[in-house]
Design a protein around this ligand. Structure first.
Ligand code: PLP
Length: 415
């Protein structure tokens, strides 16, 4: 895994060069599209700092990255300059982070993990409809009980059947026996096609589904499935902190990934990334998108080019080596919390390659959880878990303060 680090001034000149290749609303003859630069009463374009601010300049120029730019020769060419940066971003994610071969994937910057997950379900539903004349009653989505709610949301929207798998209460791993039984039952009930969601880190626990165990069962029984990886949370950390794993495009069982720029990468909201193997996006081509040159293959339609540029800038300012160091530091800090919890015999869940610690709510008062804004697994009377997420703003000092208070509580153990 390698992508080059650029200096800030290199990044700046590349972004301004890309902007100069876009059609400019201020200087060119554009009278045919319902787009323009940002409102000048609020976003005045003669602010002197803008010449040193590539992201803000892109935001103000307001390029639309509608459509997908990794395939076909036909594209909206108004914003070809910044779309090239999006292509470089998708290339880094697919080829360097997830080991794809060149020209074997497509992708785009979606509004978030939710859109990227729904895009995947939509593709596979249409794939089964088109290639197997399947009816929606014959297609089920299989996912663990710890899965993000965007998957049930997509199932609802797309009218699919749902198969939720039990997880082990301590390891948070999918119970394979349950998978076997539920697939068998589904087959007996006439379900023929399966869309499998595997979590490359869940939101609440940071647990990573054991994809090898799941796919070896699925392959053994020869069911018809397509597999999507939800890396919305884990996508920019797990591949760096765990180099030997099956979550990449070398694994033939995987067809697509979601990865959020607006979580670990510290990009602004609106930067979910969707990656899929080639020849899959065609199943969600909206032919009715007549006015879009190159058609539309996304759920969202118009989308901000500035968001794509910004994710590209973040990846480039760190380079792969810098990003690796940054993620390892978070994981190390997380481990230091767990060492203390072990000493005090506090029950918690933590995956060793992730920066989430989910503490058994029996070991902590609600007041302490509230004081440090720990997030409960539910907002009812009695949560089962409270989680700590060691994000880049979480420094040793605040952790020390929290840990001191937690230790004091252990002497009078809340139940
Ligand atoms: C956050 C998250 C999502 C959804 O992401 P949004 O960016 O909020 O749409 C999906 N899956 C997982 C595992 C997540 O952590």
């Amino acid at each position: 895994m390698f992508w080059e680090k650029y200096s800030y001034s290199q990044i700046k000149s590349k972004v301004f060069e890309s902007l100069s290749k876009n059609t400019n609303y201020r200087t060119e003859n554009i009278i045919g599209i319902p787009g323009t630069f940002l409102d000048t009463d609020i976003f005045y374009d003669d602010a002197p700092f803008l010449k040193d601010a590539p992201f803000l300049s892109t935001l103000i120029a307001n390029p639309n990255h509608i459509g997908v730019h990794t395939f076909g020769d036909e594209h909206e060419d108004f914003f070809a300059g910044t779309q090239e940066l999006e292509k470089d971003l998708i290339k880094i994610c697919a080829e360097e982070i997830f080991s794809a071969e060149p020209n074997t994937y497509d992708g785009y910057v979606a509004s978030g993990g939710t859109e990227a997950n729904i895009e995947a379900l939509w593709i596979y539903r249409n794939y089964y409809k088109k290639e197997y004349s399947a009816s929606v009653n014959e297609i089920a989505v299989v996912y663990s009980a710890d899965t993000h709610y965007s998957i049930p949301k997509g199932i609802d929207l797309l009218n699919l059947k749902s198969i939720e798998l039990d997880v082990h209460p301590v390891s948070r791993e999918i119970v394979i026996k349950d998978l076997e039984q539920k697939i068998e039952r589904a087959l007996a009930k006439g379900i023929k096609y399966f869309i499998i969601n595997m979590n490359m880190s869940t939101t609440m626990f940071g647990s990573v589904d054991d994809i090898d165990k799941v796919t070896s069962f699925l392959n053994l029984v020869h069911i018809n499935y397509k597999l999507h990886v939800d890396g919305a949370y884990g996508g920019f950390i797990y591949p760096f902190t765990n180099r030997q794993n099956s979550y990449n495009f070398k694994n033939k069982d995987i067809s697509s990934f979601s990865i959020d720029g607006h979580k670990m990468l510290q990009a602004p909201y609106g930067t979910g990334i969707f990656l899929a193997r080639k020849d899959l996006l065609q199943y969600v081509c909206t032919n009715e998108a007549g006015y879009v040159k190159g058609k539309d293959f996304t759920l969202c339609g118009s989308r901000s080019g500035a968001n794509a540029v910004c994710v590209w800038m973040i990846l480039r300012i760190h380079g792969s080596e810098g990003w690796n160091v940054k993620m390892r530091q978070l994981v190390d800090l997380t481990s230091s919390i767990c060492e203390k919890l072990n000493q005090w015999n506090i029950h918690y869940f933590r995956h060793p390659d992730l920066n989430i610690v989910t503490i058994d709510a029996n070991y902590m008062s609600r007041d302490l959880a509230d004081k440090y804004h720990l997030v409960p697994d539910n907002h009812n009377e009695k949560p089962n878990w409270y989680k700590i997420v060691v994000m880049p703003h979480v420094k040793q000092g605040i952790i020390d303060n929290f840990m001191t208070e937690l230790e004091n509580e252990q002497h009078k153990r809340f139940k």
